[in-house]
Design a protein around this ligand. Structure first.
Ligand code: UN1
Length: 491
């Protein structure tokens, strides 16, 4: 089995602590590779490398930096099938989604590489004659990127692409559940021509490596995607150093189905939203809020379609739902199912770990649907697994009130053909993203992505907002009058 080092200054190196860990296929238990486990000392070296690469990288013209990102996307496109399989083997999402993860990385890298020839500032008027005013964007410096396991190519590529095009250098800590995807991404960046030290990867646990990155005084900004619990910790530690922090955290995303909706379409959306990626997206649908007049029809269609779902080997193209990503995930999800039962929600389907044959080697949970009352823990806390709570409501007002009565605000959806309800949902759903007649998952990379309330701290990733996350704005005044002119002062 191959052992991967940490990636520092363009070299694969041993960790200071000498410990190793392995990555395992959540469907089969097979070990995929071994990895050096980094420590705070390794972070120190990674920061030094990022520091020494910074002057060269920030002075490389942005369109030249873009060429490397375009090449990175090109390599991914050439290797898309193989990389998609890698995502599936390491993370467990079904192969169509594994390839989708890689496609999302390609899409974003190409989109953001285009910013190399934009990265617009402002030009504006001056209150004084013969004076020119504008803004330019500059890199922040060394940035720390901390990424989750559920999109092991896409989310690191969002953050890396945006940080790199804007001229920052990086210390990158990927999730410990998907180290092989991360190491492969480093190989691809290197092959695409990224200079040594521009991106440095230190694998390892959050409480050691993550903490060292967040608290290092030379790391000027941190971009984090993960749980609210960890994100809050990152925010508090980083704020002591007055760092820029971008947080993208949990969701408890609702899909509302009104009585005039196309039920078949709405149910297809709910299935994809709730059970796609085995419910392990921060955008996953975890609450289906259904108008009472559509309720029986929705439930019937939902259950009959869920019964037909094939659970199993995620590399098999006929499989709909793969395993969840590891034993901790499995335990947490099964625990929530137990909580749902105990608090009196009616289990309609699923609710257990699958056993026997191939299932014994992996972490398979059958898609689970509860009929629940709003207020139960399963309707308010993020589960991050294939568990959907269906909630019956009398009307749109009640649907809206329930949809908004959670601590999170990432994605949301409404199925209706009533234009005024659709617009009210757009205005009144408390979320960073609202879909009309489409599921809560599947955001496109050229639009801002992120949430309100406890989902985030006001930043957005992807889209044009990605540039804001990783740049400082410099305001420039050029006086070509040849004399001292005083703003605000009448003479
Ligand atoms: C995530 O789950 O962290 O909108 C990202 C979506 C994907 C991105 C999800 N494009 O579902």
């Amino acid at each position: 089995m191959r052992t991967y080092g940490l990636y520092v200054k363009g070299k694969w190196v041993r960790s200071a602590g000498g410990q190793k860990f392995q990555s395992k296929n959540p469907a089969t238990g097979e070990s995929l590779a071994a990895f050096e486990q980094g420590t705070g000392e390794d972070v120190e070296k990674a920061v030094e490398a990022a520091q020494s690469a910074l002057p060269g990288w920030r002075s490389t013209p942005a369109p030249k930096r873009a060429e490397i990102l375009f090449r990175t996307a090109g390599i991914m496109r050439d290797r898309k099938d193989e990389l998609g399989e890698l995502v599936t083997r390491e993370m467990g999402k079904v192969i169509a989604e594994g390839k989708g993860d890689v496609q999302e990385a390609i899409d974003f890298l190409e989109y953001i590489a285009g910013e190399g020839r934009r990265m617009f500032g402002e030009t504006t008027t001056s209150e004084l004659a013969h004076k020119f005013c504008m803004t330019v964007r500059q890199p922040i410096g060394i940035v720390g990127l901390i990424t989750p396991w559920n999109f092991p190519f896409a989310v690191p590529s969002w953050k890396l692409g945006a940080a790199l095009i804007t001229g920052n250098t990086v210390v990158f800590k990927p999730a410990t559940l998907t180290p092989l995807c991360a190491a492969t991404l480093m190989e691809i960046l290197e092959q695409a021509g990224l200079p040594p030290g521009v991106v440095n990867m230190v694998q390892g646990p959050a409480d050691d490596v993550g903490k060292a990155i967040v608290e290092h005084p030379a790391v000027k900004a941190v971009s984090f995607t993960g749980s609210v619990h960890s994100g809050r910790d990152v925010y508090c530690r980083a704020s002591a150093h007055l760092k820029r922090v971008g947080l993208e955290m949990g969701g408890k995303n609702p899909q509302i189905i009104m009585d005039d909706a196309n039920i078949d379409l709405a149910v297809q959306g709910a299935l994809f939203g709730a059970f796609g990626t085995a419910g392990q997206r921060c955008t996953a649908t975890s609450r289906l809020i259904v108008h009472e007049r559509a309720y029986e029809d929705v439930l019937k269609a939902l259950l009959s379609r869920t019964r037909e779902l094939k659970i199993g080997d995620p590399l098999d193209t006929s499989v709909d739902v793969g395993p969840v990503c590891g034993s901790d995930q499995e335990r947490k999800i099964l625990n929530y199912i137990e909580i749902g039962r105990k608090e009196g929600a009616t289990l309609l389907i699923g609710g257990k770990k699958l056993t026997g044959g191939v299932y014994d080697k992996g972490f398979f949970i059958f898609p689970t649907i509860f009929e629940a009352r709003h207020g139960m823990r399963i309707t308010k806390e993020e589960i991050f697994g294939p568990v959907l709570s269906v909630i019956r409501v009398r009307d749109f007002e009640e649907a809206l009130r329930i949809a908004n009565d959670v601590e999170y605000g990432l994605s949301s959806s409404i199925y209706t053909n009533d234009l005024s309800l659709a617009y009210r949902a757009i205005h009144e759903l408390e979320a960073g993203i609202t879909y009309v007649n489409a599921p809560t998952i599947g955001a496109e990379v050229h639009l801002p992505f992120g949430g309100i309330k406890n989902t985030g701290n006001g930043t957005r990733e992807a889209g044009t907002a990605a540039i804001d996350e990783f740049t400082e704005i410099k305001t420039v005044f050029i006086d070509y009058s040849g004399r001292l002119q005083k703003a605000q002062i009448q003479e």
